[in-house]
Design a protein around this ligand. Sequence first.
Ligand code: SAH
Length: 354
Amino acid sequence: MDSTAKKDIRKFTLEQLEEFFIEKGEKKFRAKQVYEWLWNKSLKNFDDMSNISKETREMLKANFIINHIHVDLMQHSADGTIKNAVKLFDSKIVESVLIPTSKRITACVSSQVGCSLDCNFCATARLKRMRNLNPDEIYDQVVAIKEEAETYFNRPLTNIVFMGMGEPLLNYANVIEAIDKITSPEGLGMAARRITLSTVGIPKMIKKMADDEVKFNLAISLHSAINETRSRLMPINDVNPLEDLAEALKYWYQKTKRKVTYEYVIWDGINDNEEHARALAKFCKIIPSKVNIIQYNPIDEGEFRQASREAVEMYVRILENNGIIAKVRKSRGQDIDAACGQLANKNEVAQLES
Ligand code: SAH
């Protein structure tokens, strides 16, 4: 730490802060106290660190800043869902969502500003990718939702899903660092099994996660188990076809012994026939898995329409006949554009256009 420019203190590990404190002639344990204020208590100002002397706080202020997200706009849905538009230090905006059910309160967080994958049915894809989120920016989204869960529902946050904006496996190191903080006692102390990372399915990165022995859950946005259809929906499938995904999933299961969840939307005229349902059932047998059938949330007047109830029932029947658990998920927060695939900074765009 020799540069004179002020650095974001949350970029430093506890060990690095301890070294810094010793260098400055401070007691080493003070670093841990500061670290806990920064992470466990999520303080935004050095002056609020009540067990740190004024002198030390001034020294910290002279050397560091604390970058913190700011919830710019909070929208409440009629069904209880809350959407946060979160402003980052460089004024970029991402969205995160609080999803309440009778048993759980789930935080749905973003991992990138925009997204580089061009999934045809997803509103975030229209934004393109602007940048990766830093670990603290991911962590802060969770903290904001945890506080809202306590304030508005008087209940604790129970689950976290990486299903907001962006592709978490294309920002792997930062996502892992954020999860480490979320699960560590110096951070939020949440159990890794309460966390689910959702991905379009990048085989190389799935194998890396298996090698890294991650303890959180894996969900794959599958949407079709037929290459031709999947490539049409998700261009990433051209370079990473289902065969490669299947191989990576086998590797994942061998190493982790953990089930995977497939997220699946059924669209009218695209994947709503028996051939597609049977292909999905077959794919589901590659490793132990379950299926979440999610409702399509229209993003514009485009080519995509939710399939009929009969088609959804046909899928459930075929999956169940093959011994696969399938849940049909109701969409939440549609009235505030907070549902899957609807996160697109609409309010910011509206502001820019007005
Ligand atoms: N990039 C990751 C994280 C985004 S998660 C991933 O793809 O998994 C968002 C989830 O919502 C994904 O399963 C995605 O396929 C789904 N989704 C995207 N647009 C949607 C829409 N319009 N309606 C319903 N689900 C959608």
